[in-house]
Design a protein. Structure first.
Length: 169
């Protein structure tokens, strides 16, 4: 295995991590606000399945992303409503929703197993992609991966450098 294959593998890891980074940033905000969301694993599975199903059915990446975001927001709203308004145990609500979302994703996603859908196109940054090592890793990615890099920085700035972020803590 040569060095270019290792770089390609690491770049794939970064691209695959982008959806998890978005979920992690959302969970960070939730926990900073004092709500424990144990349903995050099930939510990731359900949003991925719904997003993929919409992409397969419509051929639209944007509708798939939008559907995934709406499902994630719906599950987060259920957690917040149950925990804050109904004053139920955050651990119990999160555990039940994690199992429910996971099982729902497997059940509803079964017809889509083995199918392939649209892929997000790569958007290499021309003048930066040729930098040794860093170029192939960080500057030959797709838009969601670039946005995940940006959102990490923006979340840090918001939480630690703004008045609203300090209030959130």
């Amino acid at each position: 295995m040569d060095f270019s294959m290792i770089l390609l593998g690491l770049a794939g890891v970064l691209a695959s991590a982008a959806p998890v980074i978005f979920a992690t940033i959302g969970e960070t905000f939730s926990e900073r606000a004092g709500v424990i969301n144990l349903s995050i694993n099930g939510t990731i599975l359900l949003t991925a399945m719904v997003g993929f199903a919409i992409i397969v059915k419509t051929g639209s990446l944007w509708l798939g992303f939008l559907a995934g975001m709406l499902i994630g927001a719906l599950v987060a709203t259920l957690v917040a409503f149950s925990s804050i308004t109904l004053k139920q145990s955050q651990v119990a609500v999160g555990f039940i929703l994690a199992l429910m979302c996971r099982d729902l994703a497997y059940f509803l996603g079964n017809p889509f197993s083995g199918l392939s859908g649209e892929r997000v196109p790569l958007l290499p940054i021309r003048f930066l992609q040729n930098i040794p090592v860093l170029g192939p890793l960080f500057f030959s990615q797709d838009l969601p991966t670039y946005l995940s890099f940006l959102f990490i920085v923006l979340a840090w700035i918001f939480i630690f450098r703004t008045r609203f972020g300090l209030i959130l803590q």
